[in-house]
Design a protein around this ligand. Structure first.
Ligand code: ATR
Length: 294
Protein backbone atom coordinates (compact mmCIF):
# COMPACT_ATOMS: atom_id res chain seq x y z
CA UNK A 1 0.00 0.00 0.00
CA UNK A 2 2.74 2.46 0.89
CA UNK A 3 4.13 1.98 -2.65
CA UNK A 4 1.05 3.77 -4.05
CA UNK A 5 1.52 6.68 -1.60
CA UNK A 6 5.22 6.90 -2.51
CA UNK A 7 4.44 6.85 -6.22
CA UNK A 8 1.91 9.68 -5.88
CA UNK A 9 4.33 11.75 -3.79
CA UNK A 10 7.02 11.26 -6.42
CA UNK A 11 4.65 12.32 -9.22
CA UNK A 12 3.69 15.44 -7.28
CA UNK A 13 7.39 16.33 -6.92
CA UNK A 14 6.82 18.78 -4.09
CA UNK A 15 3.90 20.55 -5.78
CA UNK A 16 0.50 20.86 -4.08
CA UNK A 17 -1.57 17.83 -5.02
CA UNK A 18 -4.83 15.93 -4.68
CA UNK A 19 -5.94 12.57 -6.07
CA UNK A 20 -8.88 10.33 -6.77
CA UNK A 21 -8.97 7.54 -4.21
CA UNK A 22 -10.86 4.35 -5.03
CA UNK A 23 -10.62 0.63 -5.64
CA UNK A 24 -10.19 0.41 -8.58
CA UNK A 25 -9.21 3.88 -9.87
CA UNK A 26 -7.57 3.10 -13.22
CA UNK A 27 -10.65 4.10 -15.20
CA UNK A 28 -11.51 7.30 -13.33
CA UNK A 29 -11.97 10.44 -15.41
CA UNK A 30 -11.13 12.71 -12.47
CA UNK A 31 -7.42 13.15 -13.36
CA UNK A 32 -8.47 14.35 -16.82
CA UNK A 33 -11.02 16.85 -15.52
CA UNK A 34 -8.74 18.31 -12.84
CA UNK A 35 -5.71 18.14 -15.15
CA UNK A 36 -7.64 20.30 -17.63
CA UNK A 37 -8.22 23.00 -15.01
CA UNK A 38 -4.61 22.88 -13.74
CA UNK A 39 -3.36 23.47 -17.29
CA UNK A 40 -6.05 26.03 -18.15
CA UNK A 41 -5.12 28.17 -15.15
CA UNK A 42 -1.36 27.56 -15.31
CA UNK A 43 -1.31 26.11 -11.80
CA UNK A 44 1.83 24.24 -10.79
CA UNK A 45 -0.01 21.42 -9.05
CA UNK A 46 -0.84 17.78 -9.55
CA UNK A 47 -3.92 15.54 -9.48
CA UNK A 48 -3.22 11.80 -9.47
CA UNK A 49 -4.78 8.40 -8.86
CA UNK A 50 -4.47 6.55 -5.58
CA UNK A 51 -5.63 2.94 -5.32
CA UNK A 52 -6.67 2.24 -1.72
CA UNK A 53 -8.06 -1.14 -0.68
CA UNK A 54 -11.50 -1.26 0.93
CA UNK A 55 -10.28 -2.00 4.48
CA UNK A 56 -10.20 0.16 7.60
CA UNK A 57 -6.38 -0.07 7.98
CA UNK A 58 -5.94 1.06 4.36
CA UNK A 59 -8.25 4.05 4.89
CA UNK A 60 -6.45 4.90 8.15
CA UNK A 61 -3.18 4.86 6.21
CA UNK A 62 -4.72 7.25 3.67
CA UNK A 63 -5.76 9.65 6.43
CA UNK A 64 -2.26 9.48 7.98
CA UNK A 65 -0.71 10.10 4.55
CA UNK A 66 -2.86 13.21 4.00
CA UNK A 67 -2.10 14.47 7.51
CA UNK A 68 1.66 14.00 7.31
CA UNK A 69 2.38 15.01 3.70
CA UNK A 70 2.71 18.81 3.69
CA UNK A 71 1.90 19.30 -0.01
CA UNK A 72 -1.16 16.99 0.09
CA UNK A 73 -4.23 19.24 -0.16
CA UNK A 74 -6.92 16.52 -0.02
CA UNK A 75 -8.60 14.00 -2.28
CA UNK A 76 -11.75 12.80 -3.98
CA UNK A 77 -13.27 9.50 -2.98
CA UNK A 78 -15.11 7.09 -5.21
CA UNK A 79 -16.45 3.57 -4.76
CA UNK A 80 -16.26 1.89 -2.31
CA UNK A 81 -14.95 4.48 0.16
CA UNK A 82 -17.55 7.28 0.33
CA UNK A 83 -19.27 6.02 3.48
CA UNK A 84 -16.46 4.20 5.31
CA UNK A 85 -14.19 7.27 5.35
CA UNK A 86 -16.62 9.32 7.47
CA UNK A 87 -15.63 8.19 11.00
CA UNK A 88 -11.93 8.66 10.19
CA UNK A 89 -12.15 12.36 9.29
CA UNK A 90 -11.70 15.28 11.70
CA UNK A 91 -14.79 17.13 10.39
CA UNK A 92 -17.73 16.33 8.10
CA UNK A 93 -19.86 19.22 6.84
CA UNK A 94 -23.63 19.26 7.32
CA UNK A 95 -24.51 18.41 3.70
CA UNK A 96 -22.22 15.36 3.61
CA UNK A 97 -23.45 14.18 7.00
CA UNK A 98 -27.07 14.38 5.82
CA UNK A 99 -26.33 12.51 2.58
CA UNK A 100 -24.21 10.01 4.51
CA UNK A 101 -21.35 10.06 2.00
CA UNK A 102 -18.13 12.05 1.47
CA UNK A 103 -16.64 12.42 -2.01
CA UNK A 104 -14.31 15.36 -1.36
CA UNK A 105 -11.71 15.75 1.41
CA UNK A 106 -10.11 19.11 2.06
CA UNK A 107 -7.14 19.79 4.29
CA UNK A 108 -7.87 22.87 6.37
CA UNK A 109 -5.13 25.43 7.14
CA UNK A 110 -4.67 23.84 10.58
CA UNK A 111 -3.96 20.47 8.92
CA UNK A 112 -7.24 18.82 9.92
CA UNK A 113 -9.30 16.96 7.30
CA UNK A 114 -12.82 17.99 6.35
CA UNK A 115 -15.22 15.75 4.38
CA UNK A 116 -17.77 17.27 2.00
CA UNK A 117 -20.18 15.98 -0.62
CA UNK A 118 -20.21 17.77 -3.98
CA UNK A 119 -22.55 15.35 -5.80
CA UNK A 120 -25.75 17.20 -4.89
CA UNK A 121 -24.29 20.52 -6.07
CA UNK A 122 -22.85 18.87 -9.20
CA UNK A 123 -26.15 17.24 -10.12
CA UNK A 124 -28.14 20.46 -9.85
CA UNK A 125 -25.53 22.59 -11.65
CA UNK A 126 -25.44 20.12 -14.55
CA UNK A 127 -29.25 20.03 -14.70
CA UNK A 128 -29.46 23.83 -14.85
CA UNK A 129 -26.79 23.84 -17.59
CA UNK A 130 -28.45 21.12 -19.65
CA UNK A 131 -32.12 22.02 -19.12
CA UNK A 132 -32.13 25.75 -18.32
CA UNK A 133 -35.92 26.01 -18.60
CA UNK A 134 -36.61 23.34 -15.98
CA UNK A 135 -37.41 24.76 -12.57
CA UNK A 136 -38.00 22.76 -9.42
CA UNK A 137 -41.39 24.17 -8.31
CA UNK A 138 -43.05 23.47 -11.71
CA UNK A 139 -44.25 19.94 -10.95
CA UNK A 140 -43.58 16.31 -10.05
CA UNK A 141 -40.21 14.67 -10.62
CA UNK A 142 -39.55 10.93 -11.09
CA UNK A 143 -36.32 9.44 -9.73
CA UNK A 144 -35.28 5.86 -10.56
CA UNK A 145 -32.90 4.17 -8.11
CA UNK A 146 -32.15 4.42 -4.40
CA UNK A 147 -28.40 3.80 -4.18
CA UNK A 148 -25.59 6.13 -3.16
CA UNK A 149 -26.01 8.55 -6.07
CA UNK A 150 -29.77 8.73 -5.51
CA UNK A 151 -29.28 9.98 -1.93
CA UNK A 152 -27.42 13.10 -3.09
CA UNK A 153 -29.84 13.63 -5.98
CA UNK A 154 -33.03 13.27 -3.91
CA UNK A 155 -31.55 15.65 -1.30
CA UNK A 156 -30.70 18.25 -3.94
CA UNK A 157 -34.12 18.04 -5.65
CA UNK A 158 -36.05 18.37 -2.37
CA UNK A 159 -33.80 21.27 -1.32
CA UNK A 160 -34.41 22.92 -4.70
CA UNK A 161 -38.16 22.94 -3.96
CA UNK A 162 -39.65 20.06 -5.97
CA UNK A 163 -43.32 19.79 -4.88
CA UNK A 164 -43.58 16.00 -5.33
CA UNK A 165 -40.92 13.37 -5.94
CA UNK A 166 -41.88 9.89 -7.15
CA UNK A 167 -39.21 7.41 -6.13
CA UNK A 168 -38.89 3.92 -7.61
CA UNK A 169 -36.30 1.25 -6.97
CA UNK A 170 -36.05 -2.43 -7.83
CA UNK A 171 -35.57 -3.12 -4.11
CA UNK A 172 -38.48 -1.12 -2.73
CA UNK A 173 -37.28 -1.13 0.88
CA UNK A 174 -34.28 1.01 -0.13
CA UNK A 175 -36.63 3.58 -1.69
CA UNK A 176 -38.78 3.60 1.46
CA UNK A 177 -35.71 4.29 3.64
CA UNK A 178 -34.43 7.01 1.33
CA UNK A 179 -37.85 8.64 1.14
CA UNK A 180 -38.17 8.67 4.93
CA UNK A 181 -34.73 10.26 5.29
CA UNK A 182 -35.38 13.14 2.90
CA UNK A 183 -39.08 13.98 3.26
CA UNK A 184 -39.25 17.58 4.47
CA UNK A 185 -41.68 18.59 7.21
CA UNK A 186 -43.42 21.20 5.05
CA UNK A 187 -46.05 18.92 3.48
CA UNK A 188 -44.16 18.11 0.25
CA UNK A 189 -44.15 14.41 -0.62
CA UNK A 190 -41.75 11.69 -1.62
CA UNK A 191 -44.14 9.06 -3.03
CA UNK A 192 -42.74 5.54 -3.16
CA UNK A 193 -43.96 3.79 -6.30
CA UNK A 194 -43.47 0.21 -7.51
CA UNK A 195 -40.52 -0.44 -9.84
CA UNK A 196 -42.87 -2.33 -12.19
CA UNK A 197 -45.08 0.79 -12.47
CA UNK A 198 -42.34 2.96 -13.95
CA UNK A 199 -44.14 3.54 -17.28
CA UNK A 200 -47.26 4.74 -15.50
CA UNK A 201 -45.78 7.26 -13.05
CA UNK A 202 -44.54 9.59 -15.79
CA UNK A 203 -47.84 11.52 -16.15
CA UNK A 204 -47.35 15.28 -15.47
CA UNK A 205 -43.65 14.79 -14.65
CA UNK A 206 -41.34 17.73 -15.40
CA UNK A 207 -38.19 15.65 -15.01
CA UNK A 208 -37.15 11.98 -15.12
CA UNK A 209 -33.80 11.05 -13.56
CA UNK A 210 -32.05 7.68 -13.89
CA UNK A 211 -29.66 7.13 -10.98
CA UNK A 212 -29.38 3.36 -11.48
CA UNK A 213 -26.52 1.68 -13.28
CA UNK A 214 -28.88 0.42 -16.00
CA UNK A 215 -27.74 1.63 -19.43
CA UNK A 216 -24.09 1.77 -18.41
CA UNK A 217 -21.56 -0.04 -20.61
CA UNK A 218 -21.72 -3.71 -19.70
CA UNK A 219 -25.09 -3.37 -17.90
CA UNK A 220 -28.55 -4.12 -19.28
CA UNK A 221 -30.49 -1.14 -20.66
CA UNK A 222 -33.17 0.56 -18.60
CA UNK A 223 -36.46 -0.76 -19.89
CA UNK A 224 -39.00 2.03 -19.80
CA UNK A 225 -41.73 3.28 -22.14
CA UNK A 226 -41.72 7.08 -22.22
CA UNK A 227 -45.13 7.39 -23.94
CA UNK A 228 -46.76 9.05 -20.90
CA UNK A 229 -43.92 11.48 -20.21
CA UNK A 230 -44.85 15.04 -21.26
CA UNK A 231 -42.84 16.21 -24.28
CA UNK A 232 -41.62 19.27 -22.40
CA UNK A 233 -40.16 17.22 -19.53
CA UNK A 234 -36.38 16.96 -19.15
CA UNK A 235 -34.65 13.56 -18.93
CA UNK A 236 -31.40 13.26 -16.98
CA UNK A 237 -29.31 10.09 -17.00
CA UNK A 238 -26.37 10.17 -14.60
CA UNK A 239 -24.67 7.34 -16.50
CA UNK A 240 -21.88 8.84 -18.67
CA UNK A 241 -20.36 5.76 -20.28
CA UNK A 242 -21.85 5.77 -22.85
CA UNK A 243 -22.77 9.45 -22.98
CA UNK A 244 -25.91 8.73 -25.01
CA UNK A 245 -27.62 5.90 -23.11
CA UNK A 246 -30.57 4.06 -24.68
CA UNK A 247 -32.80 6.10 -22.30
CA UNK A 248 -31.44 9.43 -23.59
CA UNK A 249 -31.62 8.25 -27.21
CA UNK A 250 -35.31 7.35 -26.76
CA UNK A 251 -36.03 10.65 -24.97
CA UNK A 252 -34.21 12.71 -27.59
CA UNK A 253 -36.07 10.94 -30.42
CA UNK A 254 -39.43 12.09 -29.00
CA UNK A 255 -38.24 15.65 -28.39
CA UNK A 256 -37.50 15.67 -24.64
CA UNK A 257 -34.68 17.86 -23.38
CA UNK A 258 -31.77 15.55 -22.43
CA UNK A 259 -29.04 15.93 -19.80
CA UNK A 260 -26.19 13.42 -19.85
CA UNK A 261 -24.14 12.28 -16.87
CA UNK A 262 -20.83 13.93 -17.69
CA UNK A 263 -21.95 17.39 -16.55
CA UNK A 264 -22.55 16.14 -13.00
CA UNK A 265 -19.05 14.67 -12.87
CA UNK A 266 -17.47 17.90 -14.11
CA UNK A 267 -19.47 20.25 -11.88
CA UNK A 268 -18.95 18.14 -8.74
CA UNK A 269 -15.20 18.57 -9.28
CA UNK A 270 -15.35 22.35 -8.80
CA UNK A 271 -15.75 22.20 -5.01
CA UNK A 272 -12.55 20.24 -4.44
CA UNK A 273 -10.46 22.03 -7.04
CA UNK A 274 -11.32 25.50 -5.72
CA UNK A 275 -10.45 24.49 -2.15
CA UNK A 276 -7.22 22.61 -2.97
CA UNK A 277 -5.75 25.02 -5.50
CA UNK A 278 -7.41 28.33 -4.52
CA UNK A 279 -8.71 29.16 -8.00
CA UNK A 280 -12.34 29.46 -9.15
CA UNK A 281 -13.12 27.25 -12.14
CA UNK A 282 -15.95 26.77 -14.64
CA UNK A 283 -17.13 23.80 -16.67
CA UNK A 284 -16.72 24.30 -20.43
CA UNK A 285 -17.25 22.48 -23.72
CA UNK A 286 -13.45 22.33 -24.15
CA UNK A 287 -13.17 20.53 -20.81
CA UNK A 288 -15.95 18.09 -21.77
CA UNK A 289 -14.12 17.24 -24.97
CA UNK A 290 -10.79 16.84 -23.17
CA UNK A 291 -12.33 14.48 -20.60
CA UNK A 292 -14.10 12.46 -23.31
CA UNK A 293 -10.87 12.13 -25.27
CA UNK A 294 -8.83 11.01 -22.23
P1 ATR B 1 -24.52 4.27 -6.90
O1 ATR B 1 -23.69 4.65 -5.73
O2 ATR B 1 -23.88 4.55 -8.24
O3 ATR B 1 -25.91 4.82 -6.82
P2 ATR B 1 -25.42 1.72 -5.93
O4 ATR B 1 -25.49 2.32 -4.57
O5 ATR B 1 -24.84 0.36 -6.09
O6 ATR B 1 -24.60 2.66 -6.89
O7 ATR B 1 -26.88 1.75 -6.57
C1 ATR B 1 -27.19 1.16 -7.78
C2 ATR B 1 -28.66 1.43 -8.12
O8 ATR B 1 -28.95 0.79 -9.38
C3 ATR B 1 -29.64 0.85 -7.11
O9 ATR B 1 -30.78 1.66 -7.06
C4 ATR B 1 -29.96 -0.52 -7.74
O10 ATR B 1 -31.19 -1.07 -7.34
P3 ATR B 1 -31.26 -2.07 -6.06
O11 ATR B 1 -31.29 -1.19 -4.83
O12 ATR B 1 -32.50 -2.86 -6.25
O13 ATR B 1 -30.01 -2.92 -6.11
C5 ATR B 1 -30.02 -0.14 -9.19
N1 ATR B 1 -29.82 -1.30 -10.08
C6 ATR B 1 -28.68 -1.94 -10.35
N2 ATR B 1 -28.90 -2.98 -11.20
C7 ATR B 1 -30.24 -2.99 -11.46
C8 ATR B 1 -31.11 -3.81 -12.27
N3 ATR B 1 -30.63 -4.83 -13.00
N4 ATR B 1 -32.43 -3.51 -12.30
C9 ATR B 1 -32.93 -2.47 -11.57
N5 ATR B 1 -32.15 -1.67 -10.78
C10 ATR B 1 -30.83 -1.92 -10.73
Amino acid sequence: MSAAFDALKKEAAGRPFAAIVGWPVEHSRSPALHGFWLKQHGIDGHYGRLPVEPTTPALEALVAFLHTTPNARGCNLTLPHKVEIIPLLDHVDAAAARIGAVNTVIKRPDGSLEGRNSDAFGFLAALIDGAPRWTAPKGPVVVLGAGGAARAIVASLMDAGVPELRLLNRTQSAAVALGAAFTPDDGRRIAIERWDDRNGVLDDATLLVNTTSLGMKGQPPLEIDLARLPKDAAVNDIVYAPLETPLLAAARARGNRCVDGLGMLLHQGRMGFEAWFGTKVAVSEAQRQAVLAA
